[in-house]
Design a protein around this ligand. Structure first.
Ligand code: NAP
Length: 530
């Protein structure tokens, strides 16, 4: 080693990798993106299941770094489909001529740091090798599919599809008997559409979920015109919200509101649709009793929609609302009124086995032609732990994180010089609007590299104390709210054997941005340069 191929190696060509490449070119740095898939778009490349859409409104779930781009791109609906988001990603790749610096179908398996040379060497499964001064993991928070540990899963003789690895072709369910395992956001979007096509649909539910109607619709051209005329103002408003989304938030207390006013407020938000339902009151994620008022409202809606009262009860969650990620749906609960749909409650009575032609539960074989696995992701750490990352003194990130991750600002780790993560554990990422969060991280990293370039620094490393201080803060903030009281992928509870550590930063987007800005303004406080 010694010869450097690039200034920066970027792993992943999703929205983070693409924007980073664009910014680095602007800084005059050479960069190579290494991407496992055959195309750009990251999670939006792979999650092609029926009904896949973003639950953040399309006019906000988009880049803002170039006003010309946000002015020229036209979203067709309130919530964009996966296909439209992927088309957007491809448009961005073409518009900024990104593909020439992306190596597709090359999965990075290792990244090792040579301290003497201050260089990273990345190796990929196709034999590719990249040497660069800096390495940025733009590997996504929800990019590694989680497979359930069910006996006989491989023995199923018909087609098996994971929602997060859906084939790039239309799957026809007409006349088929289909099983869906899981009832998270992905399943909740897919189930109503599959039910319309399939002969029979069996849904295996372990934990019922709260979901709010999307009220999706084509975008009104006048509204789009208005937003585009003041796009910057809306983006600025978004930056002041805890979740990085411009919306209608009320900081008042649900417990102090009169019951009839509260009911009216929930009703209004239910009709409005979408995740900002939880913006009804400021204490919903702080006080259990406040949360219960919203949870109860949604349970009431489930009972109104689902005709069979016993079935409605099985679909009613009894945990807090918003503990797991709130879902957004179109016709989810109404789908259970269909004659061809059967819900099988596997809570406390797990699926026993999968055989060549059936899912076995409750001592019975549910015979099927197609198996759909909707069991989510090894979130936040999965993609990083799948790579053998070695820092200074051969420090191994996977071993370092054996009891759970830790990082400084979700951006860097001590003993891993010149390595950055975009929306890593310890960043607000998944609690915010991901694309603007990605832009904030990428801008911070790019500014930092510009700062180093101007001073001829060759290495940067997070200090151990700074990392510990930030990680303690991440845990303290999580402990103040209700989020951490629910088993969810936020704390690794969905993956067998994964350490239970709350991973995202729950202090809100504005506080996080302010901290990042302060760190930079203070000469990158908490980082050491060489
Ligand atoms: P998920 O929320 O983790 O849901 C996985 C589901 O599979 C859960 O219902 C889980 O039950 C169930 N499950 C896991 N193992 C099981 C087993 N052995 N037997 C029965 N059920 C089992 O995954 P996801 O639906 O893919 O969503 C993950 C995240 O991706 C979301 O929270 C969201 O952030 C993002 N996403 C967003 C959108 C959108 O923008 N609209 C759409 C899809 C996904 P338990 O709850 O009991 O573990």
């Amino acid at each position: 080693m010694g010869e450097r191929d690039f200034d920066v190696a970027i792993v992943g060509a999703g929205f983070a990798g693409m924007y980073l490449l664009h910014r680095l070119r602007g800084l005059g740095l050479s960069a190579r993106v290494i991407e496992a898939g055959p195309g750009v778009g990251g999670t939006w490349y792979w999650n092609r299941y029926p009904g896949a859409r973003c639950d953040v409104e399309s006019l906000q779930y988009s880049y803002q770094f170039d006003d010309a781009l946000q002015q020229e791109w036209d979203w067709s609906e309130r919530y964009a489909t996966q296909a439209e988001i992927l088309e957007y990603a491809e448009h961005v790749a073409d518009r900024y001529d990104l593909r020439r610096d992306i190596e597709f179908e090359s999965r990075v398996t290792s990244a090792h740091y040579d301290e003497a040379e201050s260089l990273w060497t990345l190796e990929a499964d196709d034999g590719g090798k990249t040497v660069a001064r800096f390495c940025v993991m733009a590997t996504g928070c929800l990019s590694v599919p989680n497979w359930p540990n069910i006996e006989g899963l491989e023995s199923f003789a018909g087609p098996t599809y994971h929602t997060a690895l859906w084939p790039d072709r239309k799957i026809d369910f007409t006349g088929k008997r289909v099983a869906v395992i899981g009832t998270g956001s992905s399943a909740i979007q897919a189930i109503p559409l599959i039910a319309r096509e399939a002969a029979r649909l069996f849904v295996f539910q372990r934990t019922p979920n709260y979901t709010i109607p999307a009220r999706n619709a084509p975008l009104d051209p006048d509204r789009v015109k208005d937003i585009k005329a003041n796009y910057g103002a809306m983006r600025a408003r978004a930056k002041t919200s805890l979740v990085g989304i411009a919306g209608d938030y009320n900081l008042g207390s649900a417990l102090e509101a009169a019951p009839e006013d509260r009911q009216a407020e929930y009703e209004r938000r239910w009709l409005q649709g979408g995740v900002t339902f939880m913006g009804a009151y400021g204490d919903l994620m702080l006080e259990k009793d406040a949360n219960e008022t919203a949870a109860n409202f949604v349970r009431g809606k489930i009972r109104e929609v689902v005709e069979d009262p016993a079935l409605a009860e099985t679909l009613c969650p009894d945990n807090i609302i918003g503990g797991k990620r709130l879902c957004v749906d179109t016709d989810y609960f109404a789908t259970y009124n269909r004659d061809n749909v059967t819900l099988i409650d596997v809570k406390g009575r797990p699926i026993e086995a999968i055989t060549a032609g059936a899912v076995r539960a409750h001592g019975r074989d549910f015979e099927i032609d197609v198996l759909i696995i909707a069991t989510g992701f090894d979130a936040m750490t999965g993609a990083l732990n799948n790579i053998d990352i070695r820092g200074r003194g051969d420090a191994c990130l996977r071993e370092r994180w054996a009891d759970g991750p830790s990082s400084y600002l979700g951006l860097a780790m001590a003993d891993f010089p010149n390595l950055f993560t975009v929306t890593g554990p310890g960043s607000p990422s998944v609690f915010t609007n991901m694309i603007p969060s990605i832009e904030q991280h990428v801008d911070w990293i790019t500014d930092c590299l510009g700062y180093m370039k101007a001073r001829n620094y060759t290495a940067i490393e997070a200090e151990g104390d700074a990392e510990k201080g930030w990680w303690d803060h991440v845990q303290e903030v999580a402990a103040q709210g209700l989020k951490a009281t629910t088993d969810s992928w936020y704390l690794g509870a969905n993956v067998a054997g994964k350490p239970r550590v709350f991973m995202p930063y729950y202090g809100g987007f504005p506080a996080y941005c302010q901290k990042c800005e302060q760190v930079a303004a203070d000469g990158y406080e908490g980082f050491a340069f060489a």
